[in-house]
Design a protein around this ligand. Structure first.
Ligand code: NAP
Length: 159
């Protein structure tokens, strides 16, 4: 099972704001995210889930939180108390791949263990205070790039 990070990152490394607002709305980028992740489990931090407000359709939504008492109003959301627990659960599902979809806190942990990354590098800077972690070129190799209107999709694999 491949663990794949997917994210959209502004030129200055910003991926979001701590109040949960998305600093941009790019329809084509969202469509790419949807097409890529549909049918596969997605793992996210509790703050990203709160920012979304509801589960993403057509995907098993897995939220990680350290809060043992946290309950979601959605029956189709799975909850785990560590990234590792969430990944171990996915291994029991027999799926080919899973996506780690953010946010900053979860990416920082997942970049240490992920097999691949699919990153949309935006062509502009954005205002925000949540950043994607540093990408170490000694660890990550670019395998291909796809240019789009306001972003470039870059595919990375662990060396
Ligand atoms: N541009 C993009 O591609 C993209 C993608 C996703 C999100 N975002 C943005 O990122 C921002 C949110 O990121 P964030 O860094 O603030 O938060 P986050 O990573 O979404 O969530 C952090 C929370 O996840 C839980 N958590 C993290 N690591 C855990 C672990 N090892 N075990 C158990 N629980 C764990 C904790 O929840 P508890 O506090 O409940 O314990 C923690 O407070 C939002 O602005 C969102 O819009 C951007």
């Amino acid at each position: 099972m491949r663990i794949i990070i997917i994210s959209a990152i502004a030129q200055n490394g910003v991926i979001g704001r701590s109040n949960g607002d998305m600093p941009w709305h790019i329809k084509e980028e969202f469509q790419h995210f949807k097409n890529t992740t549909s049918g596969f489990p997605v793992i996210m931090g509790r703050k990203t889930f709160n920012a979304l407000g509801k589960p993403l359709k057509g995907r098993l939504n897995i939220v990680i939180t350290r809060d043992k008492g946290l309950r979601f109003e959605f029956d189709d959301v799975k909850k785990f108390h560590s990234l590792n627990e969430a990944i171990e659960h996915c291994k029991t599902l027999g799926v080919e791949k899973i996506f780690v979809i953010g946010g900053g806190d979860v990416y920082k942990q997942a970049i240490k263990i992920a097999d691949e990354m699919i990153l949309s590098h935006l062509t502009f800077e954005a205002e925000g205070d949540i950043y994607f972690p540093q990408i170490d070129e000694k660890i990550w190799k670019v395998t291909s790039k796809e240019k789009r209107d306001q972003f470039e999709i870059v595919f990375y694999v662990r060396r």
